[in-house]
Design a protein. Structure first.
Lengths: 355, 177
């Protein structure tokens, strides 16, 4: 059984964060991600780290702002309603170009919603979530192993581009256990000459701030930030293709929806329908090129998601009218069954003339 | 390529999640692909609890078990709710101390084990789950003492190491039925 251990997805995120050198966690409990906080509460004091249960989500994200400004790897985690509360702080961190990791283990919404899995925060995550022009790097794990490896990657990319990385998971990913190897590829954090670490009377003060009252200066910060975003789009897009070489029908799905879809793709293949799957691993930057390339050959796309049709908009933009894109979804904490997805594949195959 | 999808269901406190974790670890030790998914809804705050375990030679796709090959029902509401979902040719194990009715389906194999009574008779009142699991392992092929012991060591924390022998005994009682 090698070196693998069984862990819940939430625990894997927490342990991977520690392995990545995160020693500062701030949070506030909410189902279905509370295991992250519980794990940190147990481990951080033993390794000289900080675990702090803040008085609210808003307080927690602002503590993250503080530690990030001081140049240390830090994180917070929550679930959908709590992430909305953090939106202001995330926007401030974007405005101040601060790196940090935010984990959203999504549950059904809107409002207080429910506690069962959902992917309905896709727009919020991929479009920034708070006010102003900005992006987060959004990573969508589809296994407990990826909950760990993408956490490490999230810290790495956050530091590299001075951005917030978000792990966009869901209740199933957080609660399920799978074998996971904790031999993770951790790179040393880069130097952070901008951090507010005290001058030692040896250098000018560093200032971390998101307030720019002069419009031309504020415009310049936006332009510069989007130059960095362009680099992220060029260099950091990640996705998985499954049976796409000869696919007539292409499913677009991430996270738990991609896992269900894999079952359906296999079942469709048994029926003689050439189905395949593109699974975005980065939701922002979105793997536009992979879908655009597939659209040259694929006859129909199906977006499988736990939302009312959010991922589908990015798929349609990338496919750019070259093939029909249909929606296969459940919401409110429900999860599409492989049969439902198979049915959608059959319909897409007929309508797209793929048979 | 074989895949076994298992659904374990009962009351909170019966060790449903623990039993699932044990099966998952046993699968991991046997080099299988495994997944374990608990119910984490209002159920886990009292009432019914369930968990999905998948053991497979291939990578596990969806971790959700909707149509189990093996159903382990530890109370009546669970049998009522999940009996019809078992695949034809599947197997249903019930704790017959707590479930008075028999399995109605005639296209599945059914085993009724008085697990709760056996647990109290043998002075291990909290281990009805493991007695039932012993029967599951015996019937579904998989009661090798070495892997069973190794899996138990993984799921029983060091603090409760003294429970190891008792769990082994519970499994053996079930396996010997």
């Amino acid at each position: 059984m090698s070196d693998k251990v069984l862990m819940k997805g939430n625990e894997a995120i927490a342990e991977a964060a520690i392995i990545a050198g995160c020693r500062h966690y701030f949070g506030y409990p909410i189902t279905p991600q509370t295991e992250i906080a519980a794990y940190m509460a147990k481990r951080m004091p033993k390794i000289g780290g900080t675990f702090l249960q803040a008085e609210s989500e808003i307080a927690a994200i602002n503590m993250v702002y503080g530690v990030a400004a001081a140049g240390k790897r830090c994180m917070t985690s929550s679930s959908s309603p709590g992430i909305s509360l953090k939106g202001e702080g995330i926007s401030y961190m974007a405005g101040a170009d601060l790196p940090a990791l935010v984990v959203n283990v999504q549950r059904g919404g809107p409002g207080l919603g429910g506690i069962q899995p959902s992917q309905s925060d896709y727009f919020q995550a991929t479009r920034g979530g708070g006010h102003g022009d900005y992006h987060m790097i959004v990573l969508a794990p589809a296994s407990v192993q990826e909950m760990a490896s993408l956490t490490v990657k999230g810290f790495e990319l956050a530091d590299k581009y001075r951005m917030t990385s978000m792990i966009l998971a869901d209740g199933t990913m957080g609660q399920m256990m799978e074998p996971v190897s904790l031999e993770l590829d951790v790179k040393e954090p880069p130097e952070k000459p901008w951090a507010t670490t005290g001058t030692g009377m040896a250098r000018p003060h560093n200032v971390v701030n998101s307030l720019f009252l002069s419009p031309d200066e504020l415009e310049r910060t936006n332009f510069l930030r989007y130059e960095r975003y362009a680099q992220v789009e060029a260099n950091e897009t990640m996705y998985e293709e499954y049976l796409m070489d000869d696919a007539d029908v292409c499913i677009a799905a991430f996270g738990i929806a991609a896992r269900v879809s894999k079952n359906a793709v296999n079942a469709a293949r048994k029926e003689g329908i050439k189905a395949g799957l593109i699974r975005p691993i980065t939701l922002w930057p979105f793997p536009k090129a992979a879908f655009a390339k597939a659209a040259d050959r694929v006859k129909a796309f199906v977006s499988v998601e736990l939302s009312m049709g959010q991922l589908i908009e990015d798929v349609m933009l990338a496919v750019n009218g070259k093939a029909p894109v249909t929606l296969c979804n459940r919401v409110g904490g429900m999860i599409p069954s492989p049969e439902q997805v198979l049915d959608a594949i059959r319909k897409a195959a007929e309508n797209g003339g793929a048979r | 390529m074989s895949t076994t999808e298992i659904l374990i269901a009962g009351f909170g406190g019966q060790g449903i999640l623990f039993a699932g974790k044990f099966l998952a670890y046993k699968g991991l030790i046997e080099d299988k692909n495994v997944s374990w998914l608990p119910s984490y809804g209002p159920e886990m705050r009292g009432g019914t609890a369930s968990c999905s375990v998948i053991l497979s030679d291939a990578p596990v796709g969806s971790p959700i078990v909707s149509n189990p090959d093996v159903l382990i029902a530890m109370n009546l509401p669970s049998l009522d709710r999940y009996e019809s979902s078992v695949v034809p040719g599947g197997v249903i194990f019930t704790d017959s101390t707590l479930i008075e009715r028999s399995v109605v389906r005639n296209d599945v194999k059914a085993f009724a084990v008085p697990a709760t009574r056996l647990a109290s008779d043998n002075d291990m009142p909290t281990l009805a789950n493991m007695i039932l699991l012993g029967k599951v392992l015996a019937e579904c092929g998989g009661f090798e003492k070495e892997t069973v012991t190794a899996a138990l060591k993984k799921v029983i924390s060091a603090k409760h190491a003294d429970m190891l022998d008792l769990n082994l005994r519970a499994l053996s009682i079930g396996a010997g039925l």
